[in-house]
Design a protein around this ligand. Structure first.
Ligand code: BV8
Length: 263
């Protein structure tokens, strides 16, 4: 149950927590992209996939059992993410990065919106929906070859075969049951081990190992600021719960930090 939010009061508290920080880490989840028009995992699946739970589609087993259903879902998401734009919150995070000597943006999102808003080198824990590869050997698959696949309506689409080895093309994302890219995980771990403040935006904090990152910051006694209209398992432990939306809260916060003259 989200509570009514006093954005100005929360913004002032968040800016105070950040004002003296040198090293800031941010962790974002699907809620970060919701106001760009990208549905979160917990919103009811729209249309055709309404009857499936995303975690039943985002697995290697689902891809083996129902390749066309899984590939069709990703093709629809791929086209949707290419059709939307970053919102003011994405741009605010890119601007905020310049105010601290060490700023690491870690995201669970695969939509590429942080990079498109100018965030340099975000840590993409769960890979990227902007690229595809083949299932067996990881050969890069040219997304140009996706043009014209499937009809105008979302639906099952048989995955095209890899031109090099013939195995089916799949999105270059991390599915449930798959290990995260080691380099991304190491960067994310190092960022929460060294930060002075952790800002967590738009995640339900239930998917691991990403959800373990705030736990590390909390064990270090580092203030955690959570921006989320709903409570999550993290909320009770956060130094500040800002029950606001990413597109509203982040530009306000960046404005406050700018007014505070923090670099
Ligand atoms: C792994 C890519 C080794 C694909 C995704 C303990 C340790 C390790 C693993 C596990 C463990 N316990 C369980 C596991 C297994 C599993 C897991 O965590 N399961 C969960 C369901 C319990 N983890 C894994 O399998 C990981 N692999 O660790 O490998 C291993 C393997 C097996 C067993 C042990 C070890 C891989 C996980 C990555 C899966 N891939 N994405 C794709 O995108 O299709 S995860 C995917 O779902 C997203 O990337 C995201 O991470 C997750 C959804 O979470 P959120 O981002 O938080 O989004 P959600 O919709 O849940 O919430 C949105 C939030 O935003 C809400 O709170 C809402 O209130 C808020 N919001 C809404 N609007 C706004 C807003 N906030 C701000 N502003 C708004 N406007």
């Amino acid at each position: 149950m989200s509570k009514s939010v006093d954005n100005h009061e929360c913004c002032e508290h968040a800016a105070t927590l950040l004002a003296d920080a040198d090293r800031v880490t941010v962790l974002t989840g699907a809620g970060m992209s919701q106001e760009s028009g990208v549905p979160t995992f917990r919103e009811a699946q729209t249309g055709l996939w309404a009857r499936y739970d995303p975690s039943d589609l985002a697995t290697p087993e689902a891809f083996v059992r129902h390749p066309a259903r899984v590939f069709g879902w990703y093709l629809w998401r791929f086209r949707l993410t290419r059709a939307v734009e970053p919102h003011a919150g994405h741009y605010a995070l890119a601007s905020m990065a310049e105010r601290f000597s060490d700023f690491t943006l870690v995201t669970q999102n695969v939509d590429g919106l942080h990079r498109r808003a100018g965030s340099r080198d975000p840590v993409e824990l769960h890979g990227s929906l902007e690229s595809f590869r083949c299932a067996d050997r990881g050969h890069p698959f040219d997304v140009g070859a996706l043009e014209g696949l499937g009809g105008s309506e979302p639906g099952d689409v048989t995955p095209p075969a890899c031109p090099q080895c013939g195995s089916p093309a799949r999105p270059a994302v991390v599915w449930f049951g798959e290990v995260l890219p080691a380099e991304a995980l190491e960067r994310a771990w190092a960022a929460v081990q060294g930060c002075d403040v952790l800002l967590v935006v738009g995640t339900s904090s239930v998917v691991y190992p990403a959800a373990a990152l705030p736990e590390i910051a909390l064990r270090r006694g580092v203030p955690v600021i959570e921006i989320n209209p709903e409570r999550t398992p993290l909320t009770a432990h956060a130094a500040l719960w800002w029950p606001g939306s990413a597109a509203t809260a982040l530009p306000m916060l960046d404005g406050s930090l700018s007014a505070l003259g923090s670099r």
